[in-house]
Design a protein around this ligand. Structure first.
Ligand SMILES: Nc1ncnc2c1ncn2[C@@H]1O[C@H](COP(=O)(O)OP(=O)(O)O)[C@@H](O)[C@H]1O
Ligand SMILES: [Mg+2]
Length: 359
């Protein structure tokens, strides 16, 4: 298996940091310090070494350090099987710029260099959040194993907006819709299939390779789309109904991820807050195991305040699962004592007010 990791991270004019340089090795990194000291900001910078909007899903503008108002940049020296490579990402005022080994490349190329997956506290509430949040959570995991998924979703969303605009404008003439619907049907079927393929895979891992956390089974709300012709026909047949509501009512954009607790035989949304958190932890760990199996390389894990509200036994189980993944991981918390059992196995990075702008 390939060993992949970040060795050096340099953050400039990003959030609370003017200029910060950090060095890591293969040991886990514990980032600890008081509330507001800048732990999540470092984790967010690392998450930008992967395609997307980073773990906070903020605008690029919000990431600019407020006191300097200069362009931000995140640079990293990484390695794969002892071979070093450099990643760099910044904002040029219009969008995100990515360079690999100094060469400007499309953002999506980052995912062939590193796989990064993350947990952050709002995910605890995912089962009671909007279906949009759950779809995003699912699609990010699908993308971690199927590099074309994000592109398909973005193209589908654009076509969906075009179709919805026609519906809102009460355009009844079918000739305006057909080309859009044909493309939507092809992409929609592919999106639905790749989600289902992923769910089937992760369910196996969630049930068979999950020693410490409650077994959970994932599913989608809607029936599978049979093929693109069936979805195309459905779009045509539903057009009159869609004209009344001014939106496209059926399709992968309207589907929903469901979790089912097998022990209790109940939907995850009815479980206690603690149980819901455990379900997300097992999904994230299973996603990491799948990447390890399928891609033959461990993903990097970013775990922001993941131990909050976990009992001692669960917390230790989580640590041992993380160590057995043999992945580089970054984990944050307010106190070093939370991570006492990792004392000899991890590198501890204490953040304080001074570290906010180490020049
Ligand atoms: N664009 C920005 N410029 C300067 N400071 C910022 C910016 N965005 C957030 N911050 C500051 O970062 C701090 C929060 O850092 P964060 O990493 O979330 O802390 P925590 O250690 O609790 O995770 C806050 O004090 C906030 O004011
Ligand atoms: Mg934080």
């Amino acid at each position: 298996m390939s060993s992949v990791g970040i060795e050096k991270l340099k953050i400039s004019n990003f959030r609370s940091y003017i200029n910060l340089e950090l060095f890591f090795d293969s040991a886990p990194t514990i980032i600890y310090g008081k509330n507001g000291v800048g732990k999540t900001n470092i984790l967010e910078a690392i998450s930008l070494l992967y395609p997307g909007k980073g773990l906070r899903r903020s605008s690029l503008r919000d990431m600019v350090n407020l006191s300097k108002n200069l362009p931000w940049k995140v640079e990293a020296v990484c390695h794969r099987n002892n071979k070093p490579f450099e990643l760099e990402t910044s904002s040029d005022g219009k969008g995100r710029v990515v360079r690999i080994d100094g060469k400007k490349v499309p953002q999506n190329n980052l995912s062939s260099s590193l796989k990064i997956i993350w947990f952050l506290p709002p995910l605890d509430r995912i089962w009671t959040e909007s279906s949009k949040e759950r779809r995003k959570f699912l699609d990010r995991m699908v993308f971690s194993l199927d590099i074309n998924h994000a592109k398909r979703c973005a193209q589908y969303e654009k076509l969906l907006r075009d179709r919805n605009r026609l519906l809102k404008d009460h355009i009844a003439d079918g000739s305006w819709y057909l080309a859009i619907e044909k493309q939507m049907a092809i992409l929609g079927f592919e999106i639905d299939s790749s989600r289902r393929y992923f769910i089937k895979d992760i369910n196996k891992t969630l049930i068979e390779k999950n020693l410490h956390f409650p077994p959970i089974k994932l599913d989608l709300k809607d029936e599978p789309i049979e093929n693109n012709e069936a979805f195309f026909e459905n779009l045509i047949n539903q057009r009159n109904n869609d004209l009344v509501s001014g939106r496209t009512n059926f399709g992968p954009h309207n589907d929903d991820l469901r979790g089912f607790f097998l022990d209790k035989k109940i939907d995850a949304k009815y479980c206690s807050t603690g149980e819901q958190k455990l379900s997300i932890i097992s999904i994230i760990l299973s996603n990491a195991k799948l990447i390890k199996e399928r891609q033959n390389a461990s993903p990097i894990l970013i775990l922001d305040e993941i131990t909050a509200h976990l009992d001692e036994v669960r917390k230790e189980n989580l640590f041992s699962e993380l160590l057995s993944l043999e992945s580089q991981f970054f984990i944050s918390g307010t106190e070093a004592s939370i991570f006492n059992s990792l004392r000899t196995k991890a590198k501890f990075l204490e953040l304080d007010e001074k570290k906010k702008s180490v020049a």
